[in-house]
Design a binder for this molecule. Structure first.
Ligand code: FES
Ligand code: MG
Length: 576
């Protein structure tokens, strides 16, 4: 176990008889905190993303109380604080625009406050990476508590998955196959409880990767939000963070290169979201671990997706939990020699110790290694003259018959351009065309919206076409599916070659060869480049101006280039 720490950070605030200590203690006492709260016991910050605008985290006021119980039991002093709660379902133009802002909020609060350890309460998509990125920059002992998934969605006897149902039902609705009544029922049936989206979307993916990283207690990923065991996990996490402070078990001892490798492989086995690529690269850079797009392709490409969850498969997170959850998947990886078994986790044990006895209770939901849902569950990283710094595709959510495809480009300059023209019966497009969307990257949108899985033209849907190759500098929701090439870097608005594609150009996709090629000569592209100018975008707020000027491209995690990397916490100078 690590050495015991020197002076506890909170003692600088609360220890002794000085003027500052008097002030720091006195104001806290207005909340009725007893004298012995300040006697040198570990002060644990509980970083809460509760908000009525983030319905996935709607139960976090109660969950925070459970964490506090655990902290008290272990002899700590819990202090709960709010941070910007980034809402995937309510925020426009995209929650991603605010991930880095929330990370700054988390980092600066931890730096400014008398904290010895932190519990991160996360759930809805962006709340997980934003809190982890902020905390990683500070490197205190930190434990993550995810809020858990919503109850499975239900519609007229069928299971429906959050997000995934939106895409599916709307295609049926547009094609005239289902009624308003069914849509109204689906709206409620999809959202039956608090908790994050219960498909294997970005939230479930990130909750799983948190567990694979060793940053949360075992079973964190899948216990449903409203299951009593979620409260128990929260209470245990509260107890454990106090011990972690006593052992000086910092985040950097957990988030090692080995841990990230485990997470990338776990992402393949769960058939996780493409968004995880961006978030893990950003997190790794914060903590000081070298992680690249190539690592995703190299480590994850041949991992079979064994978890049969929507959007790629049939089941939902409740089913995953009852089948044994992530520990089963990690055990399978370990048995295949695909786990860094010694990676340390927040409970002080190795990842392998935590999972080696995990039992699977349903081999339909968590399939056997040799009978997977998809042979390649990971992320394919594509390159070529259209994506010099890379692009990604999720093979398990795509159609194998389109993995090698050459098609004529139909180009949409913006998402508004797409909406204006996609319903036009005269649009020159057929099932072999490649739909191109641009100016939707980190700078261009701004925020890199989840619009990459643009819906197919109604006239082709009516003919029964269900998938087409689509390429863009956007992201897509982890709950979405299709043969969709995403995250093209550099993005069009930053001068990337995607901005030079013209209607009628031929584009070649070859997933096996990891290739995305625009069949236009270099000379012609050079001519087009001279004519190109960056799209005109208004600056409407301070943050958006900072973001647009400093956000990095997808291959670098879309963090701000201003971030100086991890710095151990200094003790701030006195305020008075
Ligand atoms: Fe919050 Fe999906 S909208 S997790
Ligand atoms: Mg999303």
């Amino acid at each position: 176990m690590p050495d015991s720490p020197k002076t506890r950070r909170s003692e600088i605030w609360y220890g002794g008889r000085g003027k500052s200590a008097f002030m720091h203690r006195s104001w806290m006492k207005n909340q009725g905190m007893p004298e012995d709260s300040f006697d040198g016991r570990p002060v644990i910050g509980i970083c809460n993303t509760w908000s009525e605008l983030t319905p996935c985290n709607a139960h976090f006021r109660d969950l925070a109380e459970r964490i506090k119980r655990g902290v008290f039991e272990a002899g700590g002093f819990p202090v709960e604080f709010p941070v910007l709660s980034v809402s995937e379902s309510q925020f426009r133009p995209t929650a991603m625009l605010f991930r880095n802002l929330a990370a700054m909020d988390v980092e600066e609060t931890i730096r400014a406050a008398p904290l010895d350890g932190v519990v991160l309460m996360v759930g809805c998509d962006k709340t997980t990476p934003s809190l982890m990125m902020g905390a990683a920059s500070c490197d205190l002992p930190t434990i993550v508590v995810s809020g858990g998934p919503m109850l499975n969605g239900r519609l007229r006897g069928d299971q429906i998955g959050s997000g995934t149902a939106v895409w599916q039902l709307h295609e049926d609705y547009k094609a005239g196959r289902i009624s308003d009544d069914v849509m109204d029922e689906a709206e409620q049936g999809q959202s039956r409880s608090p908790g994050f989206c219960m498909t294997m979307g970005t939230a479930s993916t990130m909750a799983s990767l948190v567990e694979a990283l060793g940053a949360a207690l075992p079973e964190n990923a899948a216990i449903p939000a409203v299951d009593s065991r979620r409260n128990k996990l929260a209470q245990h996490s509260g107890r454990r963070i106090v011990e972690m402070v006593e052992q000086d078990l910092r985040m950097s001892k957990i988030l090692t290169r080995e841990a990230f490798e485990n997470a990338i492989r776990a992402n393949g086995a769960i058939g996780g979201s493409t968004n995880a690529v961006i978030h893990l690269i950003a997190l790794a850079r914060r903590i000081g671990v070298d992680l690249s797009l190539e690592d995703w392709d190299k480590l994850g490409r041949d991992i079979p997706a064994v978890v049969d969850l929507m959007p790629s498969g049939r089941f939902l997170m409740e089913d995953f939990y009852y089948a044994g959850g992530l520990p089963v998947v990690l055990r399978m990886l370990g048995e295949q020699g695909l786990l860094n078994r010694d990676a340390l986790t927040v409970n002080g044990r190795s990842l392998w110790d935590n999972v080696k006895d995990a039992e699977c209770y349903n081999r339909e939901v968590i399939r056997p290694w040799d009978a997977p849902l998809a042979a390649q569950g990971g992320i394919a990283v594509l390159r070529g003259n259209l994506a010099p710094r890379g692009a990604v595709l999720k093979p398990s959510a795509a159609s194998p018959e389109l993995f090698t495809h050459r098609g004529r480009a139909v180009v949409f300059d913006t998402i508004e351009d797409y909406h204006a023209r996609i319903n036009d019966p005269d649009l020159e497009i057929d099932a072999s065309s490649i739909m191109v969307l641009r100016n939707c990257g980190p700078k261009g949108y701004p925020g890199m919206a989840e619009v990459g899985n643009m819906g197919l033209p109604p006239k082709l849907l009516e003919q029964g076409v269900r998938d087409m190759v689509r390429i863009s500098d956007a992201r897509m929701s982890g709950t979405a599916y299709g043969t969709v090439v995403l995250h093209i870097a550099p993005e069009a608005a930053d001068g990337g070659p995607l901005g030079l594609v013209r209607e009628g150009d031929m584009i070649e996709l070859d997933v096996a060869e990891r290739r995305l090629h625009l069949d236009v000569s270099d000379e012609e592209l050079e001519r087009r480049r001279v004519e190109w100018s960056a799209p005109d975008m208004p600056e409407v707020s301070t943050w958006r101006r900072i973001y647009r000027q400093h956000v990095t491209q997808a291959d670098e995690g879309c963090d701000l280039d201003l971030h100086p990397g991890r710095h151990d916490l200094e003790v701030p100078r006195p305020s008075h």
